[in-house]
Design a protein around this ligand. Structure first.
Ligand code: FES
Ligand code: FES
Length: 181
């Protein structure tokens, strides 16, 4: 079947098997390998891309179902203002190690920043629950997102939801790290 869609603003068209999922389409037909594949069952979030602006797991979306639609992958956010802020924050807070989860994590993080600007730590962790990271323990990732939200809101993150931190082991260390900045 032929499928035509926009990827990062460019129209692409390929003949594909109807069963081809969007992640393989992006990696093998469009040659954008920033979208990673982990579980291929919709569980880990490594393959997250934006479809018409919403995060989706590209391993459980058929490429042919994206006919006429707009897909954005991690490669499409080089100069995106929110992603620039998140990249700096992830670096500062050591939010990645091996980096395998990072493309999907960044797209989810950007969605949180744009959609839930008042998210506290607990809400951020809930929003991130569909993106699995096996390296970082999430502390740096959460701290990075919190710091971007706090900077945008002009507040200090630790004061905002310190009371909600108790249910997450290790969060106090994050609070102290943020205080120390
Ligand atoms: S590879 Fe798609 S959710 Fe894990
Ligand atoms: S940084 Fe390695 S899986 Fe997240």
């Amino acid at each position: 079947m032929n499928v035509t869609l926009k990827v990062n603003g460019t129209t692409v068209s390929h003949d594909v098997e109807p069963r081809l999922h969007l992640a393989d389409f992006l990696r093998e037909n469009v040659l954008l390998t920033g979208t990673h594949l982990g579980c291929e069952q919709g569980a880990c979030g490594a393959c997250t891309v934006l479809l018409d602006g919403d995060p989706v797991r590209s391993c459980i979306v058929y490429a042919v179902a994206c006919e006429g639609r707009e897909v954005e992958t991690i490669e499409g956010f080089d100069s995106d203002e929110t992603m620039v802020e998140l990249r700096a924050a992830m670096t500062k807070h050591h939010g990645l190690q091996c980096g395998f989860c990072t493309p999907g994590m960044m797209l989810t993080a950007r969605d949180i920043v744009k959609r839930v600007p008042d998210a506290g730590e607990q809400r951020i962790r809930q929003e991130l629950s569909g993106n699995i990271c096996r390296c970082t323990g999430y502390m740096g990732i959460v701290a990075a997102i919190r710091s971007v939200l706090a900077e945008r809101a002009g507040v200090t993150p630790r004061a905002k939801d310190a009371s909600r931190s108790k249910s997450f082991p290790g969060v106090q260390r994050t609070e102290r790290a943020l205080q120390d900045e």
